[in-house]
Design a protein. Sequence first.
Length: 215
Amino acid sequence: MARGKAPTFELQRTSIMTAAAQLFGDKGFHNASMAELAQACGVSKPLLYHYYRDKEHILFDIADSYIDRLLEIVAGVEARGLEPEEQLAALLADFMAEYAHSQSRHMVMVQDVKFLGPEQAERVRDKQRQVVAAFAAAVERVEPGLKRRNLDKPIAMVLFGMINWSFTWLRADGSLSYADMAPVVTRIFLRGVRGLAQDVGRRRAGSRAAAGETA
């Protein structure tokens, strides 16, 4: 009878993916060797090959598991039965909350999927299309008629353009957090930039007042 995998097998693979995503993000996929990956993971190179056959296998698992997580977020928001603008705001807030602690995996997704083989790349891109379709549907709910004019997905991609590269400028030690930026993006997307300063000022004043009430 075939021997099953040890209970720690998936935990170790997750640990490897986390370290590999960081290394790929720092050095680039092609510049990171299996020896460096083993060192970053704190395992021997032979043991690394026990879990993954090559770098591409690791890259696929990073991208595939990350996009699965984004699809879980989509499903969770859709299950809440929110009104159109609330649903779009919730999608943005939950995605940016995920981005806040998944910078390396997000960077791999954005920059390195092109290095996968055709079959694996297509599997990831098919799931990416599902995410885009979910946002396009949310946008269409806010502004019915966009789909009929073939604008729902292009506008959804404009929205992703606003958030997908936030890791390049939004710093953990900066004055703004991902949670701060999510309602700003929602506000700009739905209503434009005019009046944004006053809107943010009112929101911050309300947050300070609420903090004072609960102190």
